[in-house]
Design a binder for this molecule. Structure first.
Ligand SMILES: [Fe+2]
Ligand SMILES: [Fe+2]
Length: 139
């Protein structure tokens, strides 16, 4: 059991990027992140359940990052290179955890930190400031 219990916030309209597709993806990541943390806090869950949850989260993150980078590129976002580097580093850490056959306590802590980092820090500190470059094609 990890302690203290981590609360993953719910997506809220204040986090809207003004782009329905991006918002939908963010909502899915918040949901999958909450499920993953719930699993990590349950010491009885088996490694396969962990791997499935990590994989779902990582796949959604990878898809979302690619879609977001396309939108940012189309709107000529000046911070795209740094933003993409953060996405890439994020996926690298998730992939390395997925390659472990046993999740150590340290792995679990890292995964919880990764989920918190994405739904709190990244969306708020990196995505939101780029909001004006998140407009979809119809705008
Ligand atoms: Fe994002
Ligand atoms: Fe992002």
């Amino acid at each position: 059991m990890l302690s203290p219990m981590v609360q993953i916030p719910a997506w809220s309209p204040s986090l809207s990027m003004g782009n329905d597709a991006i918002d939908r993806q963010h909502k899915v990541l918040f949901k999958l992140g909450r499920q993953l943390v719930g699993l990590l806090e349950n010491s009885d869950a088996d490694i396969q359940a962990f791997h499935m949850a990590i994989n779902d989260f990582a796949e959604s993150a990878r898809e979302h990052f690619g879609a977001e980078e396309k939108v940012l590129a189309r709107n000529a976002c000046p911070t795209l290179v740094d933003h993409k580097a953060r996405h890439d580093a994020y996926i690298d850490v998730l992939a390395s955890t997925l390659s472990h056959n046993i999740l150590t306590y340290r792995d679990r802590i890292t995964l919880v930190e990764m989920v918190v980092d994405l739904v709190s820090t990244h969306v708020i500190e990196i995505d939101l400031p780029a909001r004006e470059f998140m407009k979809d094609e119809r705008v």
